[in-house]
Design a binder for this molecule. Structure first.
Ligand code: AP5
Length: 212
């Protein structure tokens, strides 16, 4: 099954993608994670992307389309995959089609802007392995320490409140039109983001299973 998770920054795409990936035994491809890894490793692409990410803007289409083209050609994507954070613009969705990629379902996780700001201000990520936590909703066993690798938990630079507002603005302007794009292709299912992660997961799995 090839699945796209759509939704505003902080809607819970990454959290749900991780859970569904495990359940369906298919990989998650997150453009945000790939770009952050490139940034950490100081590659040319990472350096090019830095100014956009820091400002809460989208990285240019040609860069992310290139990332996806390479990643989806890898062996582990042959039996299905989850796209988390791609496509984010209509040209990115069109590029996916031009690559011959057939998408089975697009899950839009719908969360109000006010809740997004609270979620992102409380998110903490592991400096070493990138695992994601929340100070209220997904606490690590030991405060400030990653459950997976023992690394230090920090706040993502683009989770600063003013950058979050910018990311939301960019989302409404450039990414939200993808909802009608995929609705017109009868691929879109909407999941109302719930207060608890497990409740959102139950709705997500039901939406995917109904359509499978
Ligand atoms: P990216 O990393 O994709 O960021 P994003 O879309 O802004 O998404 P987030 O990772 O912030 O949120 P999420 O929806 O995954 O939420 P999460 O599950 O973590 O991209 C970063 C940047 O890279 C972009 O701004 C852009 O510059 C660039 N980029 C990436 N892809 C691109 C593309 N295709 N084109 C151009 N540029 C691109 O949840 C958030 C928090 O809430 C967590 O702490 C979590 O624990 C908590 N939470 C989750 N679910 C719940 C729940 N149900 N209840 C309570 N809390 C919850």
């Amino acid at each position: 099954m090839n699945i796209i998770f759509l939704g505003a920054p902080g809607a819970g795409k990454g959290t749900q993608a991780e859970i569904v990936s495990e359940k369906f035994a298919i990989p998650t491809v997150s453009t945000g994670n790939i770009i952050r890894a490139a940034l950490k490793n100081g590659t040319e692409m990472g350096l090019k992307a830095k100014s956009y990410i820091d400002a809460g803007l989208l990285v240019p289409d040609d860069v992310v389309i290139g990332i996806i083209r390479e990643r989806l050609a890898e062996d582990d994507c042959k039996n299905g995959f989850i796209l988390d954070g791609f496509p984010r613009t209509i040209p990115q969705a069109e590029a996916l089609e031009e690559m011959g990629v057939v998408i089975d379902k697009v899950v839009d996780i719908d969360v109000a802007d006010e809740a997004i700001v609270a979620r992102l201000s409380g998110r903490r990520v592991c400096k070493s392995c990138g695992s994601s936590y929340h100070i209220d909703y997904k606490k690590p066993a030991v405060d400030g320490v990653c459950d997976v690798c023992g690394g230090e938990l920090i706040q993502r630079a683009d989770d600063a409140p003013e950058t979050v507002l910018n990311r939301l603005h960019v989302y409404h302007e450039q990414t939200e039109p993808l909802k009608s794009y995929y609705a017109s292709k009868e691929k879109l299912v909407t999941v109302k983001g719930q207060e608890k992660v497990a409740d959102t997961t139950a709705l997500t799995l039901r939406a995917l299973e109904e359509q499978a």
